[in-house]
Design a protein around this ligand. Sequence first.
Ligand SMILES: [Zn+2]
Length: 682
Amino acid sequence: MKNYQFGADYYPEHWPEQRWPMDAKLMKELGLKVVRMAEFSWHKMEPEEGHYDFEWLDRAIDILRKEGIVSVLGTPSAAPPAWMIRKHPKIQPVGPDGITRGFGGRHHDCQSNPVYREYVKKMVTAMAEHFKDNPGVVGWQIDNEFGNSHYDLCMCDSCKTSFQKWLAKRYGSVDELNKAWGTYFWSQEYNDFSEVYPPVKTPCGANPSQVLDWKRFHSDLICDFSKVQTDIIRSIVPKEHFITHNCMGFSDIVSYYDLSKQLDFVCHDLYPFGYWRDHSLEPFEIGVELDGIRGVCKAPFWIMEQQSSVTGWEIMGRKPAPGQVPLWAVDSVAHGADTVVFFRWRSCLGGTEQYWHGILPHSGIPGKTYEEIGRLIKDMTPVMKDMEGAMPVVKAAIVRSYEQGWAFDIQPNVQGLNYYGQLIKYYKAFHHKNIPVDFVREDDDLSGYKVVIAPLQYLADPDLAAHYEKYVKQGGNLVLTMRAGVKERNNLCYAEGPLPGVFSGLLGITVEEYDPLGSVCVPVKSVSGSEDNRDASCDTCSKTAGNGLCASKWADIITLKGAEPVFDYDGESYEETPAVTVNSLGEGKAWYVGCEPSESLMEAIVDMLAKETGTGSVEGSDIKVPAGVEVTSREKNGKKWIFILNHTDEEKKTDISDRFRVLSGALKDNKLQPYGYAVLEG
Ligand SMILES: [Zn+2]
């Protein structure tokens, strides 16, 4: 089905047809095996209503196929053409402000609009029928980056009706809806589902339960919009064709968990030097996106858009340093990508993305980027052929939940608190120690992990508590954090007992008071004294120069009900009360972190967990690397590949035992070049 290693996103329709054979020849010389095409080419494929023209695309596919390059076709539903919009202006989406977003960009479509859906069905059917027997076509991408550009759109009349139907199905009766949303507040009771609006701009405030359901509905709507297309394609094309979608890391408009049920595998679009930043993503920020995407299907994935050069719309981001583009591509492979498709083949002359540069510059003349990517492809292709399907072996997991993220998006609880920021903070501490991490769902089987971190389990129910309790009793180490068990699933506050609600018994604590700290820090100290001598300062305050151990953003004031204290607050009116606790239960332990830990405190907690559980870095003492060098691995059929990645602009000396053979990259005298990489046989 796969095994293509490297590819490019190609837009033949941007260039004269005479150029296509030259492009295909240059791609072959570079070592590319696959292209993605057509995801924004609706008008080229249906220039007038009902007049389909796929012949230009046939010719492009043929030219590529003759050079040994296969094609993935995108469905063009992210960019309906102007003729359709003129005829049916209601296809355009409406914002929360009631204002219609018009033609001239992309994603100017309402995904619930029945007229638009009919056009989409006809186009996807025509494409699938036309290309089903084309030997150059191997797979399909649905739409483009669901959730990107749409945000909280659309709130048009069609979406309002769809929302009302979705609510009627979820709650059965309007009385149940009133109960679930707490509509007694501010006289918001409904007599009928037809009275319910999407969360449009109001004079003041919004109902958090209503907004949470809107986010759920919106995610379901996107999955349904996609399923209309995947169902058509699957009913027409050969079963060898795959169907995928290009996701965007921790973007949360649509649940990738739900979306992936209809896909064969997921893809990710990776831009470490996005134009909206003046610095590259940190290594842990790249790693977290990649591990997050691997967690969606618990399988290897593709990068459908990998940064190849300078990116930009109105303004541009920095130029990647020599070596950085290859390093990022190898980083993708190191975390589980089987195929890396560079965005894009050639920088475009027109349109919004004319500064989003590709492998070739505007001139089309191969330059330094082409040469650098060519060296990478030559070096990595043989290793990647062998490695296809390999996965990392991981003993630590972080729970990622779309619903918890949505709930904190609606109510951050305190200035600066962010669900994904919290997940990433825990991830970073593991990443710095080169301890591999999986992202898992709340209800996943956790028994294979020695340690599971479940930050901000805000929405909870007895089933979730029982699930976690089972994991702990069987020997797991579970970490829950502040704001656990605050609400039931409909975003109403929990009233059956003190916090942390359904988790109290599991954690052996209660939290009767809390202090929403915001930007204030409270020092903490370890109960045993063993962790207080860290040589660090707090990343947010200057109170704790010397060890950096701080609680920030939030302080739960904990009463022990069987748990032991691990860290105590060292200030404020709750000085000497616990900030971090641990409760032994069955064969395992349930930890509670009642604050956002400073980086130094986070490191201390992760050190404790690693020690407690024997969770270590890849190959432990056989591989020693300095700061800034990442180590990961993938395994298949008893064979192991170890990746050593130098994320810095300096040469780095490593200490790697000579039992490892270098398969690709360079490790001369145990040294990595700036932005250098090495793949070792384990
Ligand atoms: Zn709509």
